[in-house]
Design a protein around this ligand. Structure first.
Ligand SMILES: Cc1cc2nc3c(=O)[nH]c(=O)nc-3n(C[C@H](O)[C@H](O)[C@H](O)COP(=O)(O)OP(=O)(O)OC[C@H]3O[C@@H](n4cnc5c(N)ncnc54)[C@H](O)[C@@H]3O)c2cc1C
Length: 397
């Protein structure tokens, strides 16, 4: 097994790096999430990326892609470099568009939906929100209640969704709904595309305690054309599993954990607190080395998932669940270690001009808990690994 990138992949990486330096404004560098005030600027950059053909390298030519099966790592390298270049917000937008929704549409949608949406995705001419969670359904997503009942050639949607990031700045919501009356758990679910400005939708944006923006979406008698059903009616659970797998190894990129850790190590090299050089403290050195091993393991897991995903017909479900779980498991010890080593400096936020590393660690500490749940919680991911990875019998609560 040769873990090195090919000369072509290396050349592509350098091209992307240069692009980031030349084209991404400083004001959106260091922004880890998507902020509504940056959307216009971010989309300008994403459109420039699209114009270079980087969004659609592996997409078929009939939908506006380049159809190049020989550039399998393009998406991985692009996202990797965006994280390295501290442009994680742009990376997130691209994963929504191309990695999660575009790829899942390509895999399961009707020809009509592919023709309508994929060219717009590859031109970065459209934005999506992911519309799954509800006030009483987060980790346990099979318990959603939002209903979409067929009435003639339209579905009528009723329900409330919670934490729907970018619902206020998107054109469509990629939505999980219940299309079979009285159905329970995994049965009777479907995926559909709901236009965000449809009559009957109320979107309520709010900020989390670490500044991250998200929304509640209330849908009352919202009419959705039947053609916007994605894949088969009633097969929403298996379509969801595919979309979540794609989310787990792209959007939930391990760089989100290892990138901040790398910046922390860089800071420790020269940092001094109360006259003490942190880099000379044997306990700190041991703990950093220990954490580094876990980081390298996480990067390898992500690389394994990405390298297997290059085969267009293979969704690396188990690999993605493992990679995502490891990221979640590492997020606490990483944040904990940094804040302990930095002592009270670790609690200073970006608002304080004297905060080391731009106040990154206070935000990382607040965010660490969420890592356990986004893109399917730890519990769901462990189930996938147990059942599909280890061959243990199916079990559902
Ligand atoms: C900032 C932010 C952005 C988000 N963006 C989106 C988005 O764009 N689209 C979207 O659809 N959703 C989004 N979410 C929702 C996210 O996916 C949910 O928060 C997540 O699924 C957890 O659900 P919950 O918050 O209801 O917590 P719960 O599911 O209620 O979990 C609460 C706690 O209980 C634990 N727990 C739950 N079940 C079990 C179990 N069986 N075994 C052991 N422990 C368990 C969890 O680990 C957790 O600690 C976002 C959330 C946040 C915070």
């Amino acid at each position: 097994m040769d873990f090195r990138f090919t000369p072509e992949e290396q050349a592509f990486r350098m091209e992307v790096r240069q692009f980031i330096e030349d084209e991404i404004p400083d004001v959106i560098k260091g922004v880890e999430e998507i902020h509504s005030s940056h959307i216009e600027l971010e989309m300008e950059v994403v459109r420039k990326i699209a114009a270079r053909g980087w969004l659609g390298a592996a997409y078929p030519k009939e939908y506006g892609g380049r159809g190049e099966n020989n550039v399998p790592m393009t998406e991985y390298i692009l996202l990797d470099e965006l994280h390295l270049g501290r442009a994680a917000g742009i990376s997130l937008t691209i994963t929504y568009l191309v990695s999660i929704i575009g790829n899942t549409l390509l895999s399961i949608a009707s020809e009509d939906l592919k023709q309508r949406f994929i060219p717009r995705i590859l031109n970065a001419d459209i934005r999506f929100a992911i519309n799954y969670s509800e006030p009483d359904s987060g980790n346990d997503i099979a318990s959603i209640k939002t209903s979409a009942m067929l009435d003639g050639d339209q579905y009528v949607v009723n329900g409330t969704k919670r934490f729907i990031t970018c619902a206020d700045t998107s054109d469509y919501m990629w939505s999980l709904v219940r299309t079979e009356k009285g159905s329970r758990r995994h049965r009777g679910l479907s995926i559909m595309l709901i236009k965000t400005d449809s009559p009957g939708i109320t979107t309520i944006p709010y900020k989390m305690m670490n500044g991250i923006e998200t929304c509640d979406v209330i849908m009352e008698e919202v009419r959705v054309p039947k053609e916007n059903l994605v894949g088969q009616e009633g097969q929403g659970w298996s379509h969801l599993m595919e979309a979540l797998s794609r989310e787990r190894f792209t959007m939930i990129n391990f760089k989100g954990v290892s990138g901040p850790f790398d910046r922390f190590v860089q800071w420790v090299r020269t940092a001094e607190i109360d006259g003490e050089h942190l880099a000379e403290d044997p306990v700190t050195r041991q703990r950093l080395a220990r954490q580094h091993l876990d980081m390298v393991g996480g990067k390898m897991m992500q690389l394994i998932a990405a390298s297997r995903a290059v085969h267009n017909d293979y969704v690396p479900t188990v690999e993605a669940a493992a990679s995502k779980s490891w990221r979640a498991v590492q997020s606490w010890p990483k944040a904990d270690l940094a804040v302990e080593v930095m002592r009270s400096y670790g609690l200073m936020t970006e608002e304080d001009a004297n905060a080391p590393i731009d106040g990154l660690w206070a935000a990382e500490y607040c965010w660490a808990g969420h890592e356990m749940s986004g893109a399917g919680g730890l519990d769901l991911n462990r189930k996938i690994i147990a059942q599909q990875g280890l061959g243990l019998p199916r079990w559902s609560n």
